[in-house]
Design a protein around this ligand. Structure first.
Ligand SMILES: Cc1cc2nc3c(=O)[nH]c(=O)nc-3n(C[C@H](O)[C@H](O)[C@H](O)COP(=O)(O)O)c2cc1C
Length: 244
C-alpha cells in the first residue's frame, strides 16, 4: 500500500500509487498529531471532500487509517459515504504521536493529551455493523492482540511500533523471526479457541470488562450479544465427539 496524507491532491495520490506500483492506497488521518506538532496543520475541513475525490480518482482500493488515536463510528460512516474500500481504526495504546510531537515543544504544553483517543478494540466495537471492512492497528503488542482484533471484527491486523523496535534492535533477521513466532502463536491461540480460520474468530464469544465495558454502554454496543454469540453460529469444524 502506498501512503499519503488527506491533503494530497488526486494527482499526487496517483503518483504515489504508480511510484510503488501499489495494490492499494492508504490515506492517514492524524489530526491530533498535526495539532500538537508546532508546524502542523490547523484546519481539517478539506479532508473529507479530498478523500472522496481521491477514492473516485485512483484505480486501487483506498484505505483510510488513523495513526494511533482511533476512528469513531461517525467517522467510519463518513468514510464509507466517501467511497473508501476499508478503514483502519488505528487506535490508542501503542505509538503515541501526541507524546512524540510534544517532546519537540518547549514548554511541552500539550502533555495533557497523552491519553487522547480510543483503543483499537473500542473503535472496532463502536464501528461494528457499518458495512465497511475494518482493519485493526494501534497498540498491537502480541499475538493475543491480533486474535482480539480479528474476534472483534477486523479483517486484518497491523503492527507498527512493536515490529519497528525489533527491527532497530536486532535487524531484519530478528524481525523475520519475530513475525514467524507471531504467526505460530496466533495459530496456537486460534486452536485454543476452536477457530480454523481467522474469520471463525468472529463467531467466538467475547467478554468485555472494565473501562471498555463502560465505553460500550455509553455508545450503545450490546456486550451481552457478544458474550453469547457462539450459540447462534455453526462451527466450521464440528467436533466428531460433539464436544463444545
Ligand atoms: C516512525 C514511524 C513513522 C510513521 N509514519 C507513518 C506514515 O507515514 N503514515 C502512516 O499512515 N502512519 C505512519 N506511522 C503510524 C503507524 O502506521 C501506526 O498507525 C502507529 O504507529 C500506531 O501503531 P503502533 O501502535 O503499532 O505503533 C508511523 C509510525 C512510526 C512509529
Amino acid at each position: 500500500m502506498a501512503n499519503i496524507n488527506a491533503n494530497a491532491t488526486v494527482e499526487r495520490a496517483r503518483a504515489a500509487v504508480d511510484l510503488l506500483r501499489a495494490d492499494a492506497l492508504q490515506i492517514h488521518l492524524n489530526a491530533i498529531q498535526e495539532t500538537v506538532m508546532p508546524e502542523g496543520d490547523r484546519s481539517f475541513a478539506a479532508w473529507a471532500p479530498r478523500i472522496a475525490e481521491i477514492a473516485a480518482g485512483v484505480d486501487v482500493p483506498v484505505v483510510v487509517k488513523e495513526v494511533g488515536f482511533g476512528l469513531s463510528r461517525e467517522t467510519v460512516a463518513l468514510l464509507r459515504a466517501a467511497g473508501v474500500a476499508a478503514a483502519d481504526v488505528g487506535g490508542r495504546g501503542g505509538t503515541n504521536f501526541a507524546r512524540i510531537e510534544n517532546r519537540r515543544r518547549d514548554p511541552a504544553d500539550y502533555a495533557y493529551l497523552d491519553g487522547w483517543g480510543q483503543s483499537a478494540p473500542a473503535c472496532l466495537l463502536d464501528a461494528h455493523g457499518l458495512d465497511l471492512p475494518l482493519l485493526a492497528s494501534g497498540g498491537v503488542r502480541h499475538p493475543l492482540d491480533v486474535v482480539r482484533g480479528l474476534a472483534l471484527g477486523a479483517v486484518a491486523v497491523g503492527v507498527s511500533g512493536a515490529f519497528l523496535t525489533t527491527l532497530l534492535d536486532g535487524g531484519v533477521a530478528a524481525l523475520v523471526e519475530r513475525i514467524r513466532t507471531w504467526l505460530d502463536q496466533t495459530a496456537a491461540l486460534m486452536t485454543a479457541l476452536g477457530a480454523r480460520t481467522p474469520a471463525d474468530l468472529a463467531h467466538r464469544d467475547v467478554l468485555v470488562h472494565g473501562g471498555l465495558r463502560a465505553f460500550c454502554a455509553d455508545r450503545g454496543v450490546d456486550t451481552r450479544r457478544l458474550a453469547t454469540r457462539s450459540r447462534g453460529s455453526v462451527p466450521s469444524n464440528p467436533s466428531p465427539r460433539g464436544n463444545p
